[in-house]
Design a protein around this ligand. Structure first.
Ligand code: NAD
Ligand code: SER
Length: 341
């Protein structure tokens, strides 16, 4: 019997793919999916309903709340960092206006039913803005409160949407005569760069890691757009899905904050290249730094402190750097690119 209704926006994206597959294995979950692009056919059959529309289409999005009483929202729809830098105002309208409208509707349902919707928001290491590479080297594991001074439109959007979520969950209409009895349950995660075996990213600035791996598996040359010494935190996609669903499942009383860092491993681009070469000996990967994109990556931390997530809701990644490659990425990527067309 299906008795848990979940809305996934940005469902056709990298996380959406993994999340739909994961949630479809829990028989009680009814998945409503939304994306501006057509949903891949293999995902369509796993969803109760698919709505192809812009997240800013208020009529179509409100209609979802009229039809369903939602339990959980995974709000994944977004323009990622590199793409956002090319169309900053449009990115703001999608990333921020799209989010506030969804928060408003989720809060209205919460107030009407007196049952809190759990609103999951994937934020990013892009909310951090380290002033120079020396500071980046010296900062170690950056905590949630540190260096929240983003230099990209995407980072600004993410940081502000985290604050909007906190506002709806804790302070919405604080001057109203009658306080809302039950409030929206907003929970955010700050992800590092994500690597999937099944999808190739586009429009992000951490894309050099997954791009070099997928290019090697396809036998194509790759020019890495950052310097070899560039270091960022990363995570394998199964851990990204695990973090999201575990945070959603955590009892509210165990949570001490609304937004949590989560991470797994932090290789340099050179270590990433060597790992790929270890598995694909013929891979042709060189380094041709793109200065503007390099400058963005230089403001993002080399590592983040996810101890609050570990303490509060038992966060623990399953995949370190070696295991991610040996047991998840390489076997699945080899199969993917050798499948008959
Ligand atoms: P993605 O780019 O693969 O997916 C985003 C999806 O949003 C796409 O399918 C796209 O079609 C959809 N979308 C874009 N504009 C839309 C609009 N106006 N209306 C409706 N849908 C729209 O990204 P992803 O990796 O799946 O990321 C999902 C979420 O996780 C995003 O919010 C992203 O910021 C966040 N995140 C991702 C990473 C990462 O490394 N992939 C890291 C940190 C945070
Ligand atoms: N991986 C994402 C990007 O590069 C960070 O959120 O945009």
């Amino acid at each position: 019997m299906k008795n848990k209704v979940v809305l996934i926006t940005g469902a056709n994206g990298e996380i959406g793919h993994g999340l739909i597959h994961y949630l479809s294995q829990t028989p009680e979950t009814q998945i409503i999916a939304l994306d501006i692009k057509p949903l891949e056919p293999q995902l369509l059959s796993l969803c109760e309903q698919y709505i192809q529309c812009d997240i800013r289409d208020n009529d179509r999005v409100s209609a979802i709340f009229q039809k369903y009483e939602l339990d959980t929202i995974y709000h994944l729809a977004s323009i990622l960092s590199t793409s956002a830098e090319r169309i900053p105002e449009t990115a703001h309208y999608i990333n921020v206006d799209g989010t506030i409208e969804l928060l408003k509707l989720a809060n209205q349902q919460t107030a009407r039913t007196n049952r809190a919707i759990c609103f999951l928001y994937p934020s990013s290491i892009a909310v951090y803005g380290l002033p120079c590479t020396d500071t980046k080297r010296q900062s170690g594991k950056v905590r949630e409160e540190d260096w929240c001074c983003p230099t990209t439109m995407y980072g600004c959007n993410k940081l502000y949407c985290e604050q909007l979520g906190r506002y709806y969950a804790s302070h919405y209409q604080q001057l109203a005569e009658a306080a809302q009895e039950v409030r929206l349950d907003f929970r955010g995660l700050r992800y590092p760069g994500l690597i999937s075996a099944f999808t190739v990213p586009s429009g992000g600035t951490s894309d050099y890691g997954p791009e070099m791996l997928h290019a090697a598996a396809r036998g194509e040359p790759y020019h890495c757009f950052v310097r070899p010494d560039t270091r960022l935190p990363f995570m394998a996609m199964p851990d990204a899905i695990k973090a999201l669903v575990n945070l959603a499942a955590a009892p509210a009383e165990t949570l001490t904050r609304q937004v949590y860092n989560v991470t797994s491993f932090s290789p340099s681009a050179l270590e990433f290249q060597r790992k790929v070469l270890h598995h694909f000996h013929e891979a042709r990967i060189d380094f041709q730094p793109d200065i503007p994109r390099q400058s963005i990556v230089d403001t993002w931390p080399a590592d983040i402190d996810d101890s609050a997530a570990r303490t509060d809701w038992g966060w623990q990644p399953d995949y370190d750097f070696d295991r991610a490659f040996d047991e998840y990425l390489i076997p699945n990527i080899r199969e993917r690119y050798t499948e008959p067309v």
